[in-house]
Design a protein around this ligand. Structure first.
Ligand code: FAD
Length: 398
């Protein structure tokens, strides 16, 4: 269920692993499964057109994958092992995989639910933004997370005035350490974006082609459009209505199985135990969607193993490429390698002396080495991490 990164990868991985039974991939979107990251990056900058597909359209038929587009699954009948599509058709399954992803969160603020408020999650949203962009001079972005900041960079690049309003005291606060937040705050300000920290949106008033955005500090912004980028909520309703256990996502075990052994959940919607976090987490990344899909394909074809892949992530904002290896949950020490002033550096994050995550800015070499170092559990003394002459790659290969 769900033709995003996780669902599409699962269907193809099942074939790669030799599964010969019937595979049906149901997506409620009308589009052949496409890549989401370019929607806030190159696709947007390129002005639209055809999206980058996850797999060529012809490959579905060639691999014997039944791709059902514009087909929303409305209900799961667990006792009958079947799903019902919105149009009434039903389908029996031996195994069901929920790859329903997530949708944008709309905080309960008056006016933020107005259809004129723009958002970005899928291709249709992106095309809507592109169609409105030529007429916009000033955009207010709500939320300084990855998507909000990538959009701010794009809009500034297109010559728009941009304000970003963020409740937290720093940008990307949930995801990165302070030195990286500080670097990106300065970068976006240099690019000309006005970032308002510790500030909430208390209301949006739509007046013709203008939007008045009321702020918690008593101020107001007048913009041509508002873009909401305040995080996502996992699509768990189907699972919940079927009586499956749900927390911050659909609860699965280390094999990615839900509380029903005939149903798995993967990708943005799955709340899974991570050995890197030491607790259950829900991750929103392409790596997580792909690797969980491959793990389930292996399990369903007779090669079960607990899911333990190292999380990694990237985000492009203007001239800066941010890459993250590992999970920073509970870090208690940060070590800087390189200098933010050089626009090329990494932050090594430790928990009780153990390297748990590395955030790199324009430092892909550090990122690639960090992925191996953390995966293998190599001890990296903080002094060695900080010393630019330390050959991290050699340490990782040893
Ligand atoms: P999704 O890709 O969201 O797919 C879920 C699909 O299921 C959707 O098509 C949904 O409509 C469909 N669906 C839901 N319910 C049903 C139903 N009942 N019946 C049928 N279909 C249903 N990650 C990175 O690692 N790096 C990046 O740079 C990055 N950039 C991003 C930029 C943007 C603009 C966005 C939106 C995301 C970005 N991400 C990035 C995150 C990444 O795209 C997601 O983590 C990934 O798409 C998750 O895959 P998924 O298959 O779990 O969910």
């Amino acid at each position: 269920v769900g033709g995003g990164h996780a669902g599409a990868e699962l269907a193809h991985s099942l074939r790669k692993e030799g599964f010969e039974g019937r595979v049906v991939l149901a997506s409620d979107e009308p589009h052949v499964p496409y890549q989401k990251p370019p929607l806030s990056k190159d696709y947007l900058k390129g002005g639209g057109g055809e999206p980058l597909l996850l797999k060529a359209e012809a490959l579905y038929a060639k691999m014997g994958i039944e791709l059902k587009l514009g087909a929303r699954i409305a209900e799961i009948d667990r006792s009958g092992r079947s799903v019902r599509f919105e149009d009434g058709e039903s389908l029996v399954y031996d195994h069901l995989v929920l790859a329903t992803g997530a949708r944008n969160r709309r905080p309960p603020v008056p006016g933020l639910d107005d259809p004129a408020v723009m958002e970005l999650r899928g291709l249709d949203h992106c095309r809507m933004i592109l169609s409105r962009a030529p007429d916009l001079e000033h955009v207010a972005v709500v939320g300084a997370g990855f998507i909000g900041l990538e959009m701010a960079a794009f809009l500034r690049g297109a010559g728009k005035a941009v304000d970003v309003v963020e409740m937290a005291g720093r940008v990307m606060a949930r995801a990165v350490s302070e030195p990286v937040s500080d670097y990106f705050l300065a970068l976006h300000r240099r690019m000309g974006t006005d970032i308002h920290l510790n500030t909430g949106v208390t209301g949006v008033r739509h007046e013709g082609a203008r939007a008045m955005v009321d702020l918690s500090d008593g101020g107001a912004l007048e913009a041509g459009a508002v873009l909401i980028a305040a995080g996502v909520v996992p699509n768990v309703e189907l699972a919940r209505e079927a009586g499956l256990e749900v927390g911050d996502g659909i609860v699965v075990d280390e094999m990615l199985l839900t509380s029903d052994p005939a149903i798995s959940a993967i990708g943005d919607c799955a709340f899974f135990p991570s050995p890197y976090a030491g607790t259950s987490v829900r991750l929103e990344s392409v790596q997580n969607a792909n690797d969980q899909a491959r793990a389930v394909a292996k399990r369903l074809t007779g090669n079960p193993a607990p899911y333990t892949n190292l999380p990694w992530f990237w985000s492009n904002q203007g001239p800066a490429r941010l890459q993250i290896a590992g999970l920073s949950t509970g870090y208690d020490e940060t070590v800087l390698r390189g200098l933010p002033a050089d626009d090329k550096f990494s932050v090594f994050l430790y928990r009780q002396g153990r390297l748990i995550a590395v955030e790199s800015v324009n430092a892909s070499g550090d990122h690639m080495a960090a992925r191996r170092l953390i995966e293998k559990g190599v001890a990296v003394p903080p002094e060695a991490a900080a010393d630019p002459s330390t050959d991290l790659k050699a340490m990782a290969m040893a």
